[in-house]
Design a protein around this ligand. Structure first.
Ligand code: PRP
Ligand code: XAN
Ligand code: MG
Length: 175
């Protein structure tokens, strides 16, 4: 309708940008592993796909964990959150390793934002340890270990979602 403000997506609502390079992400994953090393050992890593796959590989490598499973959840279509959909659950083998409750398992994701995704996986594995690289305040209480907190109105740009491009000078109005 004329005059009606267009609906903002999560990224536009966030306002602030927090771009993360591959180097920075690798460093942050290593820092996360330092903390997790004091909590483990873990029988297996459960990656929340897709964003959790990258930190899960780095963390599992550093911790010497060879068993990695996935729980496949889709919620954000690009940058707008919709209904959560479990596309693939946790495997029977991983469930067994965690005694059915997740004890001794490590859940890894790239970030918690509203906490909806993390909450759903915690319900599947209530005794697992949940680690993310980044956390926003709404999701933070769900996470056992994380490295960097950013404000709720920040959008994190991951290296696998971005590419180098020209940025106009601040003088010309660039943020
Ligand atoms: O705390 P929440 O508000 O639930 O948001 C956090 C989730 O959102 C992103 O995943 P997304 O659904 O975009 O899927 P992807 O990992 O496949 O990119 C991110 O990787 C987390 O899993
Ligand atoms: O790339 C992303 N950055 C974010 O800040 C975010 N929050 C939820 N889902 C997200 N994806
Ligand atoms: Mg995700």
């Amino acid at each position: 309708m004329a005059g009606e403000a267009p609906e903002l997506n999560a990224q536009e609502k966030a306002g602030k940008a927090f771009p993360v390079s591959w180097d920075q992400f690798h460093r942050d994953c290593r820092a996360l592993t330092w903390r997790l090393n004091e909590v483990g050992p873990f029988h297996a890593v459960i990656a929340i796909t897709r964003g959790g796959l990258v930190p899960a590989a780095i963390v599992a490598r550093e911790l010497g964990v060879r068993v990695i499973d996935t729980v496949c959840i889709a919620s954000y279509d690009h940058n707008k959150q919709g209904e959560l959909q479990v596309l693939k659950g946790i495997s029977e083998a991983a469930m067994k390793l965690g005694n059915g409750t997740g004890k001794g398992l490590l859940i890894v994701d790239d970030l918690v934002d509203t906490g909806k995704t993390g909450r759903m996986v915690r319900e599947m594995l209530p005794d697992a340890h949940f680690a993310t690289v980044y956390a926003k305040p709404m999701g933070r209480p769900l996470v056992d270990t994380f490295i960097t907190e950013v404000s709720q109105d920040t959008w994190i740009f991951f290296p696998w979602d971005t590419a180098l491009s020209y940025h106009p000078p601040l003088r010309d109005g660039a943020a």
